[in-house]
Design a protein. Sequence first.
Length: 303
Amino acid sequence: MAIAAVAAAGVAGAGAAYLGSQNQPKNLTSSSAYTPFQADYLNYGFDQAKQNYQMPLSYYPGQTYASPSDATISGLQKQQDRATNGNPLLPAAQAQNLATINGDYLNSNPYLQQAIDNASVGVTRNYLNTVAPGIQSQFSGSGRYGSGALNAVQDNSRYDLASNLSQLAGNLSYTNYNQERQNQLAAVNNAPALANADYTDIASLLDVGKQREAITQQGIDDSINRYNFAQNEPNQRLATYMGLINGNYGGTTTTTERNPAYKTAASALAGGALQGIGLGSSLVGSYGNYQNQQAQANYYNRQ
């Protein structure tokens, strides 16, 4: 009972200590302001910012792109006309190339026979003026003119003449044919380029279209930019205004501080209880010593 009473007293004492020492958190408020000499400048700046905000922004009133020059317009038109009408030489070149590929000129050289005749004249002249008279002179000098031997030699010379003329014609014809075959192969190699040449006019016409579209797009872009400017102008003014008036020109701040000695009720009561128990233990020990001393005194008195 005594120990419990002492412990209870300790707890009660601790509670009283808690209630007495409790310290609530404190709110600290601080404020700052610009110095007086700044007031006129800041007020003027705020007024100017307000005036600027109330004044709508304006877009450049003129045209923001260059119109095509007369030379550009004329050049585009001529380029378009040429692309539409095509190159007049191209169809002729393609037709000639096709005829060569088909072999139309292999055996139809109108000048081949004339070339053969011209070359044969010299051979024939040489035979008539040199070879034949020489044979006759040779046999006449030997007294054998009109003999069978003379006739045989003359027949051989005429055969040689015919062979030479035939060989000459054959060589010229072969050369002509071979040259035309080379032309034919060259025409075959040129065919892809001539076929692709058709697309040159098409590409040129497309280029004209793209350039004219680009010129038109400049006007569209200008209209879009003006529209976007009108849509964003209020926000732009507001953003500029807010950027001008915002700044560290003073203000009020509030902070909260807590006392390091501040204790919750539970922790204070627990600490008080521990203190009460310690105090009770101390009192119990003192009371036991007191009883022992009384017993010894009574014993000696009875003696």
